[in-house]
Design a protein around this ligand. Structure first.
Ligand code: COI
Length: 356
């Protein structure tokens, strides 16, 4: 066992020796919480420095009813995945990028944040302590959920006096119930995800609570999720509730530029690089809804959704379909390239994976 993670982790390590993979129905993983063994927790007081952090059994945490996160939403989360390779080793995908994004978000939300080193080390410790929950190759991944929250008590509106950095993990399969089949999106005219000057560009918890109603209405109508337009012109694409959006026209792949209202996805950034290397022209710019409706293919990217093809968009009662309800050729190519890298099926010429 690694002494840094204490005696509980050594229990886990002992357990791992007798049972390499947990007893779970690996064939039917969706994107729901499966309780695992351990979680990481570190605290930070007014000096801005986080404690060393420890692994504790997964379970409820104690919070003051007056905690900043509960009252004023002072919180951020991250998402990344670990994959099990055929040789049993485990790969993380670009964990430093999540660390950087958490630091950027923390700055916007007036929170201290762990250093890159502490973040990545904490991710590694949490995955190793829960190693038996990393799905067998080809059966899914271990979703890693870092949280940063104002856990100290406040009453007046102000940054909390204490912060908690935590990580828990859960094995996951496909995010959308459609699996890898194309999803159907609706553009809801009356809801926006973010406005200029707001917090749309960081992964703060409130951004996700605020789209639940639009998402529920869309799901009640039979759609997979909502695609949001910009709040000013109601004309340019922003993102889907839980992922970024791309359009394909000929050899050109375009996605909305990062300008404060769009979440800077790590999968988004990776797909742009992969696509460019494959010879596509990539553009980050304003993408209008008119262009979307004229596109050859549309797909979404995100840690949870990976690369998901879009089969149809409904806008103002008009439904436009893509790829005859099948997975688009470009989308399929990019999905395969990215996941082969993430799962260690090909050499990582990008230097993006971290082996545990
Ligand atoms: C992710 O893709 O990791 C996210 O954070 C989106 C979340 C809504 C599942």
């Amino acid at each position: 066992a690694h002494c840094a993670i204490g005696c509980q982790a050594s229990l886990a390590t002992n357990y791992m020796e007798t049972s390499a993979v947990a007893d779970l129905d690996w064939e039917n993983l969706g994107f729901g919480l499966v309780q695992t063994d351990f979680m990481y927790i570190a605290k930070c007081g007014p000096d801005g420095n986080f404690s060393k952090g420890e692994m504790v059994p997964f379970g409820p945490i104690e919070l003051s009813p007056s905690a900043g996160v509960l009252n004023y939403g002072q919180g951020l989360f991250e998402g990344l995945k670990a994959y099990r390779k055929t040789d049993g080793s485990i790969l993380l995908f670009r964990p430093e990028e999540n660390a950087i994004r958490m630091r950027n978000g923390a700055e916007r939300m007036c929170m201290p944040a762990p250093t890159l080193e502490q973040f990545v080390d904490a991710v590694k410790q949490t995955v190793l302590a829960n190693k038996r929950w990393v799905p067998p190759t080809g059966k899914g991944s271990l979703y890693i959920r870092p949280l940063l929250m104002g856990s100290g008590a406040v009453l007046g509106l102000a940054p909390a006096p204490e912060y908690t950095f935590m990580i828990f993990v859960s094995p996951v399969g496909n995010y959308f119930k459609e699996g890898l089949a194309p999803i159907n999106l609706i553009i809801e005219e009356n809801f926006h995800r973010a406005a200029p000057g707001g917090t749309g560009g960081v992964k703060t918890i409130g951004n996700y609570a605020s789209v639940l109603k639009a998402q529920r209405i869309a799901k009640q109508k039979g759609y997979s999720d909502v695609l949001y337009l910009d709040a000013v012109h109601k004309k340019y694409l922003e993102e889907v509730s839980s992922c970024n959006i791309f359009i394909v026209k000929g050899n050109v792949i375009s996605t909305p530029a990062i300008k404060g209202t769009i979440l800077p996805g790590i999968t988004r950034k990776s797909i742009l690089e992969v696509a460019q290397r494959k010879g596509f022209m990539v553009e980050e710019r304003l993408v209008s809804v008119d262009e979307l409706l004229e596109a050859d293919e549309v797909f979404c990217t995100g840690t949870a959704v990976v690369v998901s093809p879009v089969g149809s968009i409904t806008y103002l009662g008009q439904r436009v379909e893509y790829g005859n309800q099948g997975v688009g050729v470009v989308c399929q190519q990019l999905y395969t390239s990215l996941t082969s890298l993430q799962m260690g099926h090909v050499d990582d010429c990008m230097g993006w994976t971290v082996e545990l």
